[in-house]
Design a protein around this ligand. Structure first.
Ligand code: DON
Length: 574
């Protein structure tokens, strides 16, 4: 389908070196453009047994605490997830949703989808005004929320693959909420950046005492959240979906004009999915299927790139050109054909097939950018999601991405429960053919229907080396840049032989088909390369930084872990 949009063209770099088969072998320092903000050859955390990497060092420590108590990677991931809801409230959550990809060392792979769903009273045009114009109600306020899935999803993952009871795994999060933790400058800056949104709703009392964000160095206590976590620990997820917590959420929704009811909460169910399993140059890719687009789009891109025997050198115009043309093609499919598989027929096998990728690759011209129809679009809100990666001493691995969509979600804070509600409804095509807050233009497959999951870009991914040993646990935050950043980190480790530290510090590009622009990080493309790409017909947009990733990579004798060098967090191991 996408191939038909582009005239076939030949672009075959000469057949070169054999497919890369080194996995944990030594890696040379990468070559970054002069003036790029990070030096190559930098460090990451090393640990012999296990590693947790997230956007909050305290949450990573919660995971490590659980590992040391006999938990496995799934126990640790769930502990980290609950702790993130306390220490990283911009994105960590109980009021949102997420996706988890699990690789057990015994060879079992699993994926759980705990994406939010549209409330039963949702309607296709609920975000249009009487003139048919898109309002901001999918982004801010009580109508913006889908029915949260995080509590049910994490509990289900734990029940199936964990070693420890929920009570034990939630304990570090309860402690952090009840006894508090010391606010750091990252949390302070994040709150300050979203002050207009948060102070419109009930979160002001917790996070803006006296009208100012909680100051670095002070202790933040969240007693309502501690009570909520304790209730979940004591009674399981039903406490959230059916008990007094559900009453509080439904009552506040009703009071403020939202539509989520107790019936919506009681009906929520996470879904076990068959993970997308594919290969790339002999490595195995285990990725998230719909309702996330992450796995299909990553695999489609990698399959296109795999048709080239060897990629041009990292940072060259030829390399960037191939990578963005592959992304363009994969995103056209993503934005037009993917949606919740309970509502639309997603041709997963076709889109992830090697033959389809060959067809798409044949339309890439060696020295000329393709064109996709362009729509003007821009981001309206600071965005926030959070990815965390865990690997344990047995080689079990968990990649999880979770979100309330924008930073602090819809802004709505359920005071009695101590949680921010998501604004995930904006991930639907609120008006098919028009851009959402990430500039994503999507079609009918992702239109709003009650009970439907909105299409996500979240891409938690586990990569195995050619011997089927754990190699990389990766994923990111950043809307559609999640897919492109995750894919580029995989390329950096496999094709470009980078260490985890360099793979994550390397400059990132982004192309999502619409708008027809290559976004790049300031200083991330050498001027001469930019000139060559411009001559090929690529159009550009510069960004301060692209995506937010937390990764773990297996190396000789243990694991390397790194939290996003462009942001805050911590990789902790032992
Ligand atoms: O599911 C999605 O694709 C979006 N809700 C993710 C939003 C996001 O990554 C914002 N963050 N940085």
């Amino acid at each position: 389908m996408v191939a038909a949009l582009f005239a076939a063209a030949a672009c075959r770099p000469p057949a070169g070196a054999p497919p890369e088969t080194r996995s944990v072998a030594a890696r040379a320092a990468a070559h970054f453009p002069e003036g790029w903000r990070f030096a190559s050859g930098g460090g990451a955390s090393f640990a012999a047994d296990a590693m947790v990497s997230s956007n909050s060092e305290l949450a990573s420590r919660a995971g490590v605490e659980i590992l040391k108590r006999g938990g496995n990677a799934v126990d640790a991931a769930v502990a980290t997830g609950f702790a993130l809801a306390v220490t990283h409230p911009a994105a960590g959550n109980l009021g949102g949703g997420g996706f988890m990809v699990i690789r057990m060392a015994d060879g079992r792979n699993a994926a759980i989808d705990y994406r939010e769903i549209a409330p039963l009273a949702a309607t296709r045009d609920m975000y249009l005004d009487s003139d048919g114009n898109l309002t901001d109600k999918s982004v801010i306020g009580p109508l913006a929320s889908g029915v949260p899935g995080s509590v049910a999803g994490m509990a289900a993952a734990l029940a199936k693959f964990g070693n420890l009871p929920l009570k034990e795994v939630i304990a570090p999060a309860i402690r952090l909420a009840r006894d508090g933790f010391v606010v750091d400058s990252a949390l302070y800056r994040s709150l300050r950046g979203s002050s207009r949104k948060i102070t419109r709703f009930d979160g002001a009392a917790v996070f803006f005492p006296g009208g100012e964000p909680v100051k670095p160095g002070t202790r933040l206590m969240q007693p309502a959240l501690a009570r909520t976590l304790q209730a979940i620990a004591d009674k399981g997820p039903d406490a959230f979906y059916k008990g007094p917590i559900a009453d509080s959420i439904a009552a506040q929704m009703k009071r403020d004009g939202g539509i989520i009811t107790k019936a919506d909460l009681a009906a929520y169910e996470p879904k076990w999915r068959t993970p997308i399993e594919s290969s790339y140059r002999g490595y195995s890719i285990i990725a998230m299927p719909p309702s996330s687009s992450g796995g299909i789009t990553t695999v489609e891109t990698l399959n296109i790139l795999e048709t080239f025997d060897k990629l041009p050198p990292f940072g060259s115009a030829e390399y960037d050109h191939l990578v963005v043309e592959a992304f363009r093609r994969a995103f056209i499919d993503r934005n037009t054909r993917l949606g919740d598989p309970a509502f639309v027929n997603v041709p997963i096998a076709e889109l992830t097939s090697k033959s389809y990728a060959k067809e798409l690759a044949s339309t890439i011209k060696a020295d000329q950018a393709s064109r996709t129809p362009s729509f003007a679009a821009s981001a309206r809100e600071p965005m926030h999601t959070t990815h965390y990666s865990v690997a344990d001493s047995k080689g079990n691995a968990v990649a999880t991405t979770t979100t309330i969509n924008s930073s602090y979600g819809s802004g709505v804070y359920i005071g009695g429960v101590g949680i921010f509600m998501n604004n995930e409804m904006d991930d639907f095509s609120a008006q098919p053919g028009h851009a959402n807050q990430f500039g994503l233009v999507q079609g009918e497959a992702n239109a709003i229907v009650p009970g439907k999951r909105m299409l996500s870009a979240m891409s938690p991914t586990v990569v195995l080396d050619p011997d089927k040993n754990l190699f990389l646990v990766i994923g990111a935050a950043g809307g559609p840049t999640i897919i492109t950043a995750t894919t580029q980190i995989i390329l950096n480790t496999i094709d470009n032989h980078m260490t985890l530290a360099d793979a994550m510090r390397a400059p990132r590009l982004h192309q999502q088909a619409w708008p027809d622009s290559v976004f790049y990080e300031r200083g991330g493309i050498a001027p001469a390369t930019l000139d060559s790409l411009t001559a090929m017909g690529h159009r550009f947009g510069e960004r301060g930084s692209i995506a937010n990733s937390n990764g773990v990579m297996r190396v000789e004798g243990g694991y390397m872990g790194l939290s996003e060098p462009r942001s805050s967090g911590g990789a902790v191991g032992y």
